[in-house]
Write a protein that binds this ligand. Structure first.
Ligand SMILES: NC(=O)c1ccc[n+]([C@@H]2O[C@H](COP(=O)([O-])OP(=O)(O)OC[C@H]3O[C@@H](n4cnc5c(N)ncnc54)[C@H](O)[C@@H]3O)[C@@H](O)[C@H]2O)c1
Length: 355
């Protein structure tokens, strides 16, 4: 893809964190919930998942103003069995309900080896990897599924039915990097099209079709059309799998009925499915970790195909970006900062300063 045509400014993570927190609390989110949401968004920015970071603030705040997302909702947790619980997000932020759900899953896994949490009546929770990281920080393996609004045709279909719903999972390691897989079942996440639109860039033609079913490199036309599933029927099946576990199972919307982020008529009603697993269920923890380290070394030490300089482990590129951006700051284009500052103005809070 072409490099951004606009000038880029680097914002320090702590500055961005305070700014995002201000906007959230200025829109009726409690300090406690704003801390969770801010951490998730800035973590996405740090990991280079720019499509699912602070730039999403305007779309979330718009839903609050449209009264289809409740900024002050308190998620309700109900224990179902000793190892299973359900969270009713009460149409609050997906970040808050999913954070609570993963915390509960971890606590159950610490006692029973596995903890399973279903989340219903929720909203978009951004980058799935932050939940995988939450589990890794507690020393846990995890599965993180969500459904989302229609963007993708099922294999053989021509109109949007399934969401570009990411499948994510992870496992801690010893001295090497943890395993973090976080992928949308489309050729590219829809957020990458919105990012290209914001930045005035073109997109690769294999990402999406326009409304007439033609390949396009124009992000505006792609948004009117459909995303393409990765691997044909396999990507389509993974999107359906996310809907079975997150939508059907939880009692949330499913089968094309999750409300899109730009439809102000009703709540999104997203569902999530979160599992935490104790990695030392079947062997000692040291054994598990050294086997994970060995796997990492085998993967990155693989013989390289022609033209490849370095083989990366899933999640590794994002972790390297995270380390780099912690030092250098997070790049934002002028248009992106302008969009965020418009939100600061609407919320009546201090704008983001940049040079
Ligand atoms: N909440 C939602 O509804 C929603 C919907 C869609 C996407 N998303 C988020 O969008 C983000 C982007 O998704 P995506 O599918 O575009 O991700 P991606 O294609 O950038 O990466 C997918 C996976 O492949 C790995 N990977 C990428 N390049 C690699 C390489 N060269 N070597 C080894 N591994 C590599 C990454 O580490 C990652 O685990 C994710 O964080 C996802 O959670 C969220």
């Amino acid at each position: 893809m072409a490099e951004p045509t606009q000038q880029v400014h680097y914002i320090q993570p702590a500055v961005l964190q305070q700014f995002v927190h201000r906007i959230l609390t200025g829109n009726g989110v409690s300090d406690e919930h704003a801390k969770v949401i801010t951490q998730c968004l800035v973590q996405a920015d740090l990991r280079g998942v720019d499509t699912h970071g602070s730039n999403r603030i305007p779309s979330y705040m718009k839903r609050i103003r449209q009264k289809v997302l409740n900024p002050s909702a308190t998620p309700q947790l109900q224990q179902v069995t000793p190892a299973a619980a359900i969270v009713d997000a009460q149409n609050g932020f997906g970040f808050v309900a999913a954070h609570m759900g993963m915390q509960k899953a971890i606590e159950m896994a610490q006692v029973f080896g596995i903890g399973l949490v279903s989340v219903k009546h929720s909203n978009h929770f951004g980058m799935s990897a932050w939940l995988v990281q939450q589990a890794i920080d507690a020393g846990m393996m995890s599965l993180v599924f969500t459904n989302s609004s229609p963007a993708l045709p099922v294999w053989g279909g021509k109109s949007k039915l399934m969401g570009v719903s990411p499948i994510a999972c992870g496992a801690p390691a010893g001295k090497e990097r943890p395993f973090i897989l976080d992928m949308a079942p489309s050729v590219a996440a829809r957020g990458k099209i919105y990012k290209a639109l914001r930045r005035g860039e073109k997109i690769p033609t294999e990402w999406a079709l326009d409304a007439e079913g033609n390949m396009t490199d124009d992000p505006a036309k792609a948004i009117e059309g459909v995303m393409l599933p990765m691997g044909g029927p396999k990507g389509s099946a993974l999107a359906i799998m996310m809907d079975v576990f997150s939508g059907v199972f939880s009692g949330s919307a499913f089968a094309g009925n999750v409300t899109g982020p730009y439809d102000p008529s009703k709540a999104a009603d997203v569902g999530h499915f979160l599992v935490a697993i104790k990695p030392d269920l079947f062997m000692g923890l040291d054994d598990f970790k050294s086997r994970m380290d060995y796997l990492y070394q085998r993967v990155v030490g693989s013989d390289k195909m022609a033209g490849v300089e370095r083989v990366y482990y899933p999640g590794e590129i994002e972790q390297i970006t995270h380390e780099k951006r912690l030092v250098e700051g997070i790049p934002f284009t002028e248009a992106e900062i302008k969009g965020l500052n418009e939100e600061a103005e609407l919320a009546g809070v201090k704008k983001l300063n940049y040079v």
